[in-house]
Design a protein around this ligand. Sequence first.
Ligand code: FES
Length: 124
Amino acid sequence: MMLPIHDVVANAKTKKYKASLVDGTLTVPLAEIADDNMLILKNKELEFNILLIRKEGEFKALQMMCTHEGVPVTLSGETMHCSAHGSRFDFDGNVLQEPALKPLIQYEVSLNNNSILINTTKSK
Ligand code: FES
């Protein structure tokens, strides 16, 4: 099911979280992210942060890397912005403004008891 993610953003309080990474899987306690919120996941072994979005109990994990030339994107209002050449992406990862042509990389998310697992070796 496609998430109507856009209305998450206006009220989101975006905080950063240092997630553990084991065998390519990031683990985040479910309690760290309330519904209709976002979390920027960091780990020193990851080249790029991952934006975790929770909307209506469902999760989306987007690599914060511009698909134009591999530069980090930053949150900017209701979009993600790449300062290198001006690409913009929405919170479904879709390109809003070129030169990037491909959507942001999205990772598989699953739940295990009270943990959110993000498989950084499997993109959708
Ligand atoms: S690297 Fe992001 S727009 Fe070029």
